[in-house]
Design a protein around this ligand. Structure first.
Ligand code: PAF
Length: 290
């Protein structure tokens, strides 16, 4: 059978995963890991495909992590599409899929959390208290169980990527954290599991995120280096499209996410807005030369 269409080995319990990990270790195979919450799309597929190219074995996980959702967020209605996900993974070169139940990740009596400092505190960290603590904790637990050499994350969740990279550095974890470019629809909308929440009118309105980033990029390429002016340019596009719930529009240092008074190296522009019932995020590294 063509290996890329081989059935995905579903691992639901601790022992099955431990055995898979041990077999690969004994055979000296490198393992690439793609942690997800399911509702997979082309952005996830690109992570699996890159892992496939770079590692001997590829494992994904699907776990809708309760600790990274706030009390009024979408944990209950987060899309759960396991059968479609499994089919998609078969075509994406995934060897094994870890599908833990909540009490495998957080056994009764669980007390330990991972809290990353400054890089996790502003932006989504400020708008979604506890979110990055939930993300860092679950990713640390998953890394510990899966023991991958490399782990793959989409740069659409730019702050999440920096938070995980920081955690890995600070805890001295032996895993390379790889960030891969955002995959977009033909019209520029970043792929996201939450795009399923958009009505046709919302979908149309959500294109303003891409336009806002493009407008800021154009002004930046023309020489504008005042972060506030760049943020205003993006914000005007969003409000002009009728988006009135804006969590943030921020131009930040691309490595630390620290606020900037003067721009000396190309920064990152980050956006978080609400469109209909969906909270959408996106970002773009502004480039002085395209
Ligand atoms: O990006 C996600 O899907 C999640 O935040 C992650 C990294 C799988 C942790 O639950």
């Amino acid at each position: 059978m063509n290996r890329r269409m081989a059935a995905v080995n579903i691992l639901e319990d601790r022992e099955a995963l431990a055995q898979w990990v041990a077999e690969n270790r004994r055979a000296g195979r490198s393992v690439g890991f793609v942690p997800t919450m399911g509702a997979l799309h082309a952005g996830h597929v690109s992570l699996f495909q890159t892992a496939r190219q770079e590692c001997d074995r590829v494992i994904g996980s699907i776990f809708v992590n309760p600790t990274q959702f706030g009390p009024n967020e979408d944990f209950q209605r987060y899309p759960r599409t396991l059968e479609a996900d499994r089919i998609l993974l078969e075509g994406a070169g995934c060897d094994a899929l870890f599908l833990p139940a909540v009490d495998l990740i957080y056994p009764p009596g669980h007390q330990t959390v991972v809290r990353v400092g400054a890089v996790a505190e502003g932006l989504c960290g400020a708008c979604r208290p506890g979110h990055f603590q939930g993300v860092a904790t679950v990713v640390a637990i998953l890394f510990n169980r899966v023991a991958p050499q490399r782990a793959y994350f989409g740069l659409k969740d730019y702050q999440q990527f920096l938070v995980i990279r920081q955690m890995v550095r600070d805890l001295g974890l032996a895993v390379a954290v790889v960030g891969l470019p955002t995959v977009r629809e033909a019209d520029g909308l970043a792929m996201s599991s939450r795009n399923r929440y958009l009505t046709p009118a919302d979908r149309h309105q959500s294109l303003a995120l891409y336009r806002a980033m493009t407008a800021a990029q154009a002004v930046y390429a023309d020489g504008q280096r005042d972060p506030t002016r760049l943020e205003e340019t993006a914000r005007e596009v969003l409000t002009g499209a009728g988006i009135d719930r804006i969590d943030y529009v921020a131009v930040r240092d691309r490595e630390t996410l620290a606020p900037l008074t003067r721009i000396e190296t190309d920064p990152v522009l980050l956006l978080a807005v609400h469109v209909g019932v969906a909270r959408l995020i996106d970002n773009r590294i502004l480039q002085s030369e395209l």
